[in-house]
Ligand binder design. Sequence first.
Ligand code: F6P
Length: 542
Amino acid sequence: MAGKKYLTDMDEWKALFDHYNKIKGIHLRDLFNDDAQRGDRFSIEDGGLFFDYSKNRVTSETMELLVNLARACNLKEETERMFTGEKINETENRAVLHIALRNRSSVPIYVDGKNVMTDIEAVLQRMKLVSEKIRNMQWPGFSGKPVKNIINIGIGGSDLGPYMVCEALKYYSKRDLNVYFVSNVDGTHLIETIRDLNPEETLFIIASKTFTTQETMLNARTARKWIVQHAGSDQAVSRHFLALSTNKSEVERFGISPSNMFEFWDWVGGRYSLTSAIGLSIMISIGYENFIQMLEGFHAMDKHFRERPFHENIPVIMALLGIWYNNFFNFHTHAVLPYEQYLHRFPAYLQQGDMESNGKSITKDGLVVDYATGPVIWGEPGTNGQHAFYQLMHQGTQIIPADLIGFIKPLNNDYEHHDVLISNMFAQAEAFAFGKTEKEVRSEGVEERLVPYKTFPGNRPVNTILFDKLTPYSLGKLIAMYEHKIFTQGVIWNIYSFDQWGVELGKVLAGRIYKEILGEPMGEHDSSTANLIKRYRRIRFE
Ligand code: F6P
């Protein structure tokens, strides 16, 4: 950041504050009344993607001031540092190169003087071979029967991304294969997943960047026992286990041979890894060609983000709007509402993407921030959410900016349903933005005492993200759009978006408590935790 000035001391930040004080009371109704072209002026089209941000509490001046802030925070320079493999993840001393995984151009990308594109392509080709074998029913299990059940065991980025995409692209999947995801260390997850499956026909993919994650390794060991027990021999492991990891020695220690391991690298962050080998379950499900189409979509958005000027750059605008609400209006949560059943895991996926990246409070200069950083991300598919929490969004005391995501052409040709779905999406955006005035309520002849209850204040900000169709390509674009939004916000907040030290403490404490539960003498604990451990032990072992 220029001269290492604290964000809130920057002139651009102060200018935004002055501006906020001037326009904070403006209603979207007035902004639209004053400008008949607003819907056109505040929207961007990008090859099959229409991004409408007109229903935000901004004027042209707001956008200009926000763009000035992005410039002053060196967004362009920071973006180049990421794209060119600089070690911008400084607390882990790593480059951040998920963009290389989907680099469909012939431009090389170097880390420590080595062109990483060669290794990326080699792994992609190995993934192609194995996924084709499995899809062609040419991967026999221990009895000779081909495998048809694929279970990805992983957690966090080694689960949420591939799971979300397999669901999102289910329409394109091979229907005689069943792809499952097991993440929770709660044994129920694995037990319920395998209970009706035939081990002879079941292949496990152990997905873990570190290959040391407690939950994943325990689930993997239980799965291994299940296979070995049914096969009657350890030999079966080689037919029933693949590994996706950066940690070759741990993979071998588990008993999976290097020929069954698909590698990725420390410069791929867990939550940014679905286009690496971590996406093997996706490739098995939708096939190599579709996987490549998805990479093309990611790459198109990477180019858009890197090349487009800020004022027509969708991820940058999304990020700036998020900062406008989070830091100036104090709206600290953000809803992601896909009007598309196939995207039902998208909000959960984004929770990790956004909250593990920007849930930080120490700046890159080691100072404690005096401003809000990452918002709480949450959501559900429409129209389900409408019948659950939209009440609060429309009339509650908190204002929740939202992204409404939809697709014009339905995949299942179910126009009767689809037209209803999308009319709800547009209607909700309209209702959030404009609400319903007391005057309008009265004009409907509503009994006077009910008028306040039936009034909608509106002025709730909404982005409408409308793609022509849900395809591997458009999904890739959508995901990359959010990744770069997260990156942009991290740059402006001057925090490290690519580490996750905040997950460590719980892991260490759990390790200690686990031993105590099993009978080791109890160490120092507060009275609440000590009581819980004692009670658990007493009833567990009675
Ligand atoms: O929750 C912390 C975390 O490190 C995530 O960042 C990561 O996606 C997840 O655990 C799983 O890690 P691994 O892929 O190494 O098992």
